[in-house]
Design a protein around this ligand. Structure first.
Ligand SMILES: [Fe+2]
Ligand SMILES: [Fe+2]
Length: 152
């Protein structure tokens, strides 16, 4: 499922690398690094490749989370047919809320948020431990050398 979603995400992508494949691959890597045993890594990996897919520019575009949540509904019976209803709902919510919510209390969704936030250094923003949604996210934001060199 993940390879097909990667292919899908690449198709028609015209906004370059800032929110494109290199970012998505790092978000996937970050998510796997952050994942504790309770985290659903399928959801986290899919989030990595879908959360910014429906951006219309590289600027503010605060609506892109909501747009992603709407658009993945169209993939429910095709590319995302392998997900359980619970997984699909987590993915949908993680996409929808990543632009507007700090933390949800759902460890899978919160891991998605932090995986994305820990890639903020690409745009010159140092990740802030106090703005992370998970303990591991806060730990790695406070220990960036360890974060950059950690292997999964
Ligand atoms: Fe985003
Ligand atoms: Fe992102």
């Amino acid at each position: 499922m993940i390879e097909q979603i990667k292919e899908f995400a690449k198709q028609g992508w015209e906004l370059g690398e800032c929110h494109g494949m290199p970012h998505w691959e790092r978000v996937e890597r970050n998510g796997l690094l952050l994942a504790t045993e309770e985290v659903n890594t399928t959801v986290v990996r899919l989030f990595a490749y879908l959360h910014d897919k429906w951006r219309i520019n590289n600027g503010e575009d605060i609506e892109h989370g909501k747009r992603a949540a709407e658009n993945i509904l169209k993939l429910r019976d095709t590319l995302l047919a392998g997900l359980t209803d619970e997984e699909f709902e987590q993915l949908r919510k993680a996409c929808e809320l990543h632009t507007v919510r700090h933390r949800t209390g759902d460890i899978t969704i919160d891991t998605c948020f932090d995986a994305d936030r820990l890639d903020l250094s690409r745009v010159g923003i140092t990740p802030n431990p106090q703005k992370m949604a998970t303990e591991r996210g806060a730990y790695y934001a406070a220990n960036l050398n360890e974060f950059y060199t950690a292997t999964i």
